[in-house]
Design a protein around this ligand. Structure first.
Ligand SMILES: Nc1ncnc2c1ncn2[C@@H]1O[C@H](COP(=O)(O)OP(=O)(O)OP(=O)(O)O)[C@@H](O)[C@H]1O
Ligand SMILES: [Mg+2]
Length: 272
């Protein structure tokens, strides 16, 4: 990977307890896949109860970064990392970390809906059943609560036992979000969750995230600058495996410090 030296960028790291609390803090983080150096000295903070949007060109390392936050990359052949990722001020790459528990606290929704070949209700309960016992008498209540949270209840309440695969792609993606919520995470990672959706389904997911951020911390990868403009609180601009700039959305759109950020936000072009 090509790297260039840049003048150090002043990034304000919010303090715990302030209204802008850094829930997840990445510091001096590097990733290699075999010998390919994919993330290079990444330092970034993700704020509690905010939509933290990671943007950047294809191949810049967005998925690698988001997948490092709940250690999904651990399962990828050749993955090596160095540096620090702290969640609630605890090092997630510590040897003592219970990775299964970590993934219940930091849930993930992927680019394409990941539906299990079972019913709609069983899909909602799938992950939650693995982390806690849900008495039979409470299962329908949980299914309803989570389907309501993703605005899917009205559409599917009379067909909960039907195969989930019968849903439209947009409905499937909302079902995936419901399944993630049923595990009761604190952080939701979403890697381009609307890229295969039509504009109406995309807006439905965006509206949901704007609502959900009151109770969850959202870390969202998107290619779509206009989408970032619509929903982000915080922007992280990643290019060529490095964080070029991080800050409040309004500030970056109005007055980004880096010329690379300005050209990317204005023209989706970046020569970094
Ligand atoms: N499992 C892997 N093995 C080897 N290289 C990988 C692996 N996963 C990603 N990479 C490489 O890491 C770099 C960053 O990839 P990543 O998927 O994180 O980028 P991205 O910003 O998410 O791109 P896109 O916008 O296209 O999804 C790319 O050069 C990619 O080829
Ligand atoms: Mg990606």
């Amino acid at each position: 990977m090509q790297t260039r030296s840049r003048a150090p960028l002043h990034i304000v790291h919010p303090q715990a307890g302030s209204s802008d609390e850094a829930l997840v803090a990445v510091q001096g983080f590097h990733v290699w896949f075999h010998k390919h150096h994919v993330l290079n000295d990444v330092s970034v903070t993700f704020l509690r109860n905010r939509i933290n949007c990671i943007i950047g060109p294809s191949g810049s390392g967005k998925s690698t970064l988001i997948r490092s936050l709940n250690r999904i990359n651990d399962d990828v052949d050749g993955f090596v990392c160095r540096g620090s990722v702290r969640f609630h001020d605890e090092e997630i790459y510590a040897q003592t970390t219970d990775v299964t528990r970590l993934r219940t606290r930091i849930g993930m929704v992927f680019q394409k809906p990941c539906i299990f070949p079972t019913s709609i209700s069983a899909n909602v309960l799938f992950g939650a059943r693995h982390v806690r016992a849900i008495p039979a008498g409470q299962q329908l209540e949980l299914v309803e609560e989570k389907l309501r949270a993703v605005s899917l209840w009205q559409e599917v309440q009379h067909r909960l036992d039907e195969p989930a695969i019968s849903l439209s792609i947009g409905q499937q993606q909302r079902l995936c979000l419901a399944r993630t919520l049923a595990v009761e995470p604190e952080v939701i990672l979403l890697d381009e969750p609307t890229s295969s959706l039509d504009p109406v389904s995309t807006r439905a997911i965006e509206e949901l995230l704007l609502d959900l951020k009151q109770n969850y911390t959202i870390i969202f990868v998107t290619h779509d600058i206009l989408q970032a403009k619509r929903i982000a609180d915080q922007l992280i601009f990643l290019c060529n495996g490095q964080v070029i700039e991080q800050g409040e959305k309004e500030t970056l759109f109005r007055a980004a410090q880096r010329p690379e950020t300005r050209s990317y936000l204005n023209e989706e072009y970046c020569d970094c």
